[in-house]
Design a protein. Sequence first.
Length: 292
Amino acid sequence: MKFNISYPLTGAQKTIEVDDDKKCAVFFDRRMGQQVEADSLGDEYKGYVFKITGGNDKQGFPMRQGVLFKGRVRILMRKGHKGYRPRRSGEMKRKSIRGCIVGPDIRVLAVQLIKKGEKEIDGLTNVQVPQRLGPKRLTRIRKLFGFKKSDGVALVKKSVIRRTWEKNGKKHNKAAKIQRLVTESRLRRKVIAKKTKEARWAKSKSELEAYKKLAHDIHEAKKRHRKASSEIREKAKQEVFEIIYSQTKPVVAQKQAPPQKQAVVPPQKQAVKQPVVAAQKPAPVTAKKGGK
């Protein structure tokens, strides 16, 4: 088993290989994040304490924190999981990973030196590796050099750690871009951005008011149009009803005014020819019996 040992205080790393399983048995059945005493690795590691940070098995599958299994498993991964990049939206895939419990199938074990022992480890504790990159954040740069906020921005820019290298006989240097640096141009951009945002708010507000007024006018115009259309329809219906009613209603004798009296002219008397009646003979008078 190989051990990749890192020492944060010096920035150095060292890889050692231990072929004896009895020496490595102290790391078996331990989980990632646990601390293990490294006395069994040899006399030079007496008093040292290592912290397990990861590892790979013999086929190269990495250990995953939180998978409490001593071996390889297949888990369903989705967006946001470590070691998986979805190619499509909502895509999930089952991939093989190694559990977080150390076993004999581990080929490389990554550990971090937590406590230093009695002896020095050559190439690890007695070597100081310079930091290649310095801090980028403004507050961390000030903390590193002990600057105050009132010292200004120019001093911070001047004190940024620069990386130098040589290429084709010519020296080059490069500095990191300071993050969260507040300058006059930054303040000016913030003022411009604020004014632009306020102008957008005012414009959207005025446009909304104009839209509401236009919508209200259109609504009132449609309302008046509907009212006029309904009146026209009602009037047309009334006219049609009157026409139909006049054609179908019964004829009723109307009272006429009394005639005016006219002067009556008496007719002229005319001679009426009376018919000639023949003279009748008088009846004979007879005496009654017992009469006088």
